[in-house]
Design a protein around this ligand. Sequence first.
Ligand code: ZN
Length: 146
Amino acid sequence: MAEETEIKIQNLTKFYMLVLLKSNDTVTGYFILKKLQKDLEKTASPTYVYDFLKSLKSQGYVEDVAKSKTSKRSKGYQLTPQGHEFIDRIFIRFNNLIEVAIQSRLEICASCGVRLYDNYHSEKIGNKDLNFCCKHCAKAFKNEQL
Ligand SMILES: [Zn+2]
């Protein structure tokens, strides 16, 4: 079974864990739990956090860092170069998602440029669906096209 199972980031808890991994040299499960509580006011179960760290580790995205050469006690988890790449991919994906969401909320009238809210007028002009704040703007727009 060589097929790679890409880790899915389907909630804010996991996303924030990636942010923490990316912005700190090493993180422990305990540190993550504390930060989730403090910054997101989310109480994640330790099992949930450790399972996610484990799956990141099994993909080679993080590694355990020992406290010292003589000690086996873990200092925490650290991102590998592949882990950095993985997180960058996720961040770009989220960034695109957010941009699309913001753009679609910031629709403007194709004629006068005012911001459109829930009530707006749509019309197919040429082969394009265009949005206007009102019928008058749509009419003005059509007249300009002639
Ligand atoms: Zn308008």
